[in-house]
Design a protein around this ligand. Structure first.
Ligand code: CP
Length: 349
């Protein structure tokens, strides 16, 4: 048996398979509970969750806020454009201000890698009880997105009991702008921990060969890998070849705002080589699910028709699953009482 041991959630590289099982199990229970209106769960009553997003977001921020409200927490959101950052206040002092107001959880998104980790270290050093949840930092990590993607794929293969074992031996293709993607990195840690093999597909400018060794060293900041045996990672330049043997495919947004070196000049050609369409899936005899973390560039990463086809494309499921996954994270990090009808949160390791 295994129990939850993470004070902050900064990176899925630190998660064991049992950690993934705990989050998935709890999210599955939250998903099946009626938690709107007067039937909100009381687990985080009296707690304050602050969402500090220094980069734009639609899904992550809104679903963290909904998740917190469904657990009866107070929620305070922060808008950089109308904040005292504009008067020269530092990020750390901004965060300390929310801690002083009694925040139990800070959900932080920032364009720079490791900002959430640095803040967590400062809070630990200061002896604060506030915990930090990474809402996406630079190109490094987006743990809640990796968890909801994992849950959505597992739920596709094992609808009644989405658990890590549902991913064992599966072949998952991630196609597109892997270079700039914190989602791809979090998915690599999550999928491989659950025994899936991951094929990264795209042109060399967006999927450098160096990614083939991404999982080889112990995860950053750790002496040992918490996962005994991970799935493998491979690189491919041919989407058609990948799809012909894949169980699921996730395509990533081209992050034009992070492309400083004109890595892609011809979007029509990119769509021809790496875009997902009904025609391509049919030609490659691919019958699995299609995922995208959003936001989508319609007609670039995938056709509008495929994005709107709910029989194949799980984008809306991903968004929906984001709420129970984030409820599970907030609950595990901030609740003092066990969730109703459970005396303890545990899972088989
Ligand atoms: N997937 C994701 O992080 O979306 P947002 O930027 O809208 O939060």
């Amino acid at each position: 048996m295994s129990v939850w041991s993470h004070r902050h959630v900064l990176d899925l590289a630190a998660f064991s398979r049992a950690d993934f099982a705990i989050v998935m199990e709890l999210a599955h229970r939250f998903r099946s509970m009626p938690v709107t209106g007067a039937r909100k769960l009381p687990a985080l009553q009296g707690r304050l969750v602050a969402t500090l997003f220094f980069e734009p977001s639609t899904r992550t921020r809104s679903s963290f806020e909904l998740a917190a409200k469904r657990l009866s927490a107070d929620v305070q959101s922060f808008s950089p454009s109308s904040s005292s950052l504009n008067k020269g206040e530092s990020l750390l002092d901004t965060a300390r201000t929310y801690v002083a107001m009694g925040a139990d959880v800070l959900v932080i998104r920032h364009r720079c890698t490791d900002v959430p980790a640095q803040l967590a270290a400062e809070l630990d050093e200061a002896g604060e009880r506030t915990v930090v949840l990474n809402g996406g930092d630079g190109q490094h990590s987006h743990p809640s997105q990796g968890l909801l993607d994992l849950y959505t794929i597992a739920n596709y293969f094992h609808r009644n009991h989405p658990q890590p074992n549902a991913l064992q031996g599966k072949r998952i293709v991630i196609v597109g702008d892997v270079l700039h993607s914190r989602v791809a990195r979090s998915n690599l840690w999550a999928l491989s921990a659950c025994g899936a093999d991951v094929v990264l597909c795209g042109p060399p400018s967006l999927v450098p060969e160096a990614f083939s060794t991404f999982l080889e060293a112990p995860p950053p900041g750790q002496d040992l890998d918490p996962v005994h045996q991970r799935g493998k990672v491979q690189i491919s330049r041919s989407l058609d070849e990948c799809l012909s043997s894949a169980d699921a495919v996730m395509t990533l947004r081209l992050q034009k705002e992070r492309m400083t070196n004109h890595l892609l000049t011809d979007l029509d050609r990119y769509h021809r080589d790496y875009g997902l369409t009904h025609e391509r899936l049919l030609r490659c005899s691919f019958s699995g699910p299609v995922l995208h973390p959003g936001p989508v560039n319609r007609g670039v990463e995938m056709s509008g028709a495929l994005l709107d086809d709910r029989s194949i494309c799980l984008v809306e499921d991903q968004v929906r699953n984001g709420i129970p996954i984030r409820m599970a994270l907030l609950y595990l990090m901030a609740a003092s009482e066990p969730v109703a009808e459970s005396s303890r949160i545990s899972a088989s390791s």
